[in-house]
Design a protein around this ligand. Structure first.
Ligand SMILES: [Zn+2]
Ligand SMILES: [Zn+2]
Length: 143
């Protein structure tokens, strides 16, 4: 799958078999996305390739470790490598022509009062306790 930011400066390709997507409804993701949540998937680094624009990326990191990487021209969130792991976080709004559904909702207890989370799929009140299996659970090898 291919992705790019609004101004197209930052673009990338992912060659992973994706089983599902997740939405994080925490307060940080609400502000970062400007909406209810971030919709994302996590893929192995070996399946991720930058096509353009790495020099157009700015970074912000909170003391807690939450990181936000974004295009410094148009402001879109862009993929980033999860610290201490061999995985990339992919914001799905950047990806075109992709047909897998959201299967998991996390940090549901932090949701905005106007956010209606569908009953379908798996739900976590906070972060999943088993982060390793959460991180590796959305894909199944290379395409
Ligand atoms: Zn951009
Ligand atoms: Zn979040």
């Amino acid at each position: 799958m291919n992705g790019s930011c609004n101004c197209s400066a930052v673009s990338f390709v992912v060659n992973a078999k994706i089983n599902g997507l997740y939405q994080c409804h925490c307060k940080l993701c609400q502000k970062q996305s400007g909406s209810t949540s971030n919709t994302a998937v996590i893929v192995p680094s070996s399946t991720f390739t930058w096509v353009s624009g790495q020099d157009s990326i700015s970074r912000w990191e909170k003391d807690s470790g939450f990181t936000s990487h974004f295009c410094k021209i148009c402001g879109c969130p862009v993929p980033n490598k999860l610290k201490g792991t061999d995985f990339y976080w992919i914001p799905m709004g950047l990806v075109s022509n992709f047909e897998v559904s959201v299967t998991t909702h996390i940090c549901c207890h932090s949701k905005a009062s106007w956010d209606v989370i569908p009953k379908t799929g798996e739900h976590f009140e906070g972060m999943p306790e088993d982060l390793d299996s959460f991180i590796s659970g959305f894909q199944n090898g290379e395409v």
